[in-house]
Design a protein around this ligand. Sequence first.
Ligand code: ADP
Ligand code: GLC
Length: 487
Amino acid sequence: MKILLASSEVHPYSKSGGLADMVGALGKTLANLNHEVGIISPLYAGIRERFPDIQPLRYDLSLQMGSKLVDGKVWYLHGPAGQHLYFIENNHYFNRSNYYTEQGSDYPDNDERFFFFSKSVAFLAQNLPWHPEIIHVHDWQVGLVPLLVRHAAQQGNWKQAPATLFTIHNLAYQGVFPASSYSLTNLPDDHFRFEEVEFYGQMNCLKSGIVFADLLTTVSPSYAKEITTEEFGCGLDPLLRIRRNELLGILNGVDYAEWNTTHNSALPAPYTVNDLRGKAINKAFVQQELGLPVRSESPLFGNVSRLAEQKGVDICLEALDALLAADIQFALLGNGQPEFEAAFQALATRYPEKVAVRIGYNHALAHRIEAGADFFLMPSRFEPCGLNQMYSLRYGTIPIVRATGGLDDTIIDDTEDDLRANGLKFHEYSALALIQAMRKALRIHADTPLLLRYRQNGMVADFSWNQTAGEYIRAYKDAKTRAQKRT
Ligand code: ADP
Ligand code: GLC
């Protein structure tokens, strides 16, 4: 098939979280399966320097944004497995120090920035010589694309417009802007109504994607069910219930070429499921790197995370406070909400011998914490899929997760299957429930054969992308059929 993916982040060009990993790995897998694949993302600061082979294309973007015309350029990279990688340049919008926020607050022109990006996606989809038959858009930043495509087709400007598939990676981020932002879309006013993009008097980009895409997916089967409920629906559950038969939950895969313990330049020592000696070397290395006492006997709990409410930061802090009297260590790499960053830093100051906190984004250190830790904490309030728990499994690092969304779908605990258990789950969102799970982890740590069994069960779990990519191909075909029926 001929597939165009559009996302505000794509690994290895841009990344702030799992969205980038997912889109990068899906594109690569589809291309390896001989599909024609293009991926569009913004040209952020530093991409041209890090990928010097990138070339300008002949397209000159000149897009109507409200009453003004805004210019942009398109850059191209011939990616792995023959992928076409397109980068939208507009220095005013994208050549900034961050992608979405500054000092904890959204950039005030995020509407304009991502409407421009969405219009660029629609423009390219229409003008690329290889005529994509599917546009697969991800999250609110490109939520307007299905409507833009449909509008152009209805105007008669686009014969055989592609079908659209919208993947929701996180319902909590919707791209909600004042009604006045709508004029920047240059779409007819009649789309600004309750059944379409209007949301409590404002405009909602995610909602627009949900209404207009030919087919919807989200990133785990459990989350697909959860978001149709009021508890997880973030105000959009009534709409998602209406489209529940057109909403699939497809679990993300893992790019094991990237996330492995045998060929990984970020790790000081390789190890395998049959020979875990290298894992102990990784633990000692990361303890030293982070300034913690090098003690093999102290259970090391790791965490690599965006510091947002979603991730269960409050119960994590409370549980650690209660448990740090014991002989344990905790290592965190993360960034996000300033108050959470400060709270973790304060914890490190209180327990300098036991807690190491690194605020910032560091790809190599993320691998080393995954490899060096004994347990990985993911006490999320909600989790659409979650990738770190799957990376942890492959690294022989036992995940401790709250049973929600993709965490529930990927981790097996001993109440589900005693012999195949590969992690610990707790259900109630409370510090106490997390403390109990961490205490159980300490008992597992003290029981060497049991610890080994958990690790080995985790390391052999297989979430490779090939099978997942097949599910997307079926979804693309389904979206095409639906689009044809519609016209
Ligand atoms: P989410 O997308 O909600 O942030 P995921 O578990 O799906 O959560 O994916 C997170 C991805 O981002 C993982 O690849 C993780 O290693 C990476 N990551 C998160 N925070 C950091 C950080 N501070 N430094 C390096 N990598 C990070
Ligand atoms: C989002 C979700 C996360 C998911 C990722 C990739 O960031 O928060 O759970 O793994 O997208 O789909």
